[in-house]
Design a protein around this ligand. Sequence first.
Ligand SMILES: [Zn+2]
Length: 344
Amino acid sequence: MQQNHKNQEPNPSHFEESQGTSDQEVPTHRDLTWDEYRDTIQGMRFFDPHIHMTSRTTDDYQTMFDAGIVALIEPAFWLGQPRTGLSSFKDYYSSLVNWERFRSSQFGIRHYCTIGLNSREANNEPLAEQVMEILPLFLYKEGVVGVGEIGFDDQTAAEEKYYRAQLELAKQAKLPVQVHTPHRDKKHGTERSMAIALEHGFDPAWVIIDHNNEETVKSVLDQGFYAGFTIYPFTKMGNERMVKVVEQYGPERIMINSAADWGISDPLALPKTAALMKMRGISDETIRKVTYQNAIDAFGQSGQIHETDFANGLEIDQSQKMNGNTILRGGQQPRIAKESLFIN
Ligand SMILES: [Zn+2]
């Protein structure tokens, strides 16, 4: 099938709408092929703090592992298809803390997650009420490193109500918060998200404001919050733009993610952006902070992240099973690697 990205609708999965802004003319994203960047990132390790692996295939896990991604965080997300009952939330949250973590480990990548009621789903209030009741059952589970992704989409009263309620849950559970900022009226939505978090008594160093751009970054950093950036090739943030942001603001409290999901997105956005930064002369230490260390520092406040669990690679043994189920499909031979191997 022929694909021409210029003619495609922007990806709606992170709540995008076509904006038709004039800056769409300027290329801000450079895609790199593996041959172009593999040597540049040799030996580097990456931590992707926002990626929806439930929507991705095994092939992605393999290529991510080979590109040096050693750990990731999967925030609870919207499926595209509205959920109709509490059971589908339960099953989804269970899959994040069980099956998906197991599947990730089978490909050598440590999996963490954040649990929350998505802003879009807050607008179905009767269901949202029920979901709030079960969230504590999941927030205290092993490997849950925050409440997320929560915040505003359409900036409705219901979204605000459940954002506030979940901030309180996070406080009780002593967990960091991962805030989704809206695409429409982003600047206003971002300021409101931060003001509400402060109103609830949050230390801004416990709040990761995500999906930033050039318009929001200064205020987020000035107020002491972490600033997440999503490299989403055709909408949120191109990697060329990201390099400029890091050049301008330096590495403190900035973290880069792919937010790859069921839409047109790139699970290798992190290593590719690291390579681009390296090509532009940004120091290894700065790259390490924005693609690895800052995410560990921020979400590590949960007490759930131990770098020794993944820094030197996981032992891969695909002959393992979870509840009797394996990641192997009929007749497939397990891959067993006892040594850490970042790049083959
Ligand atoms: Zn997301």
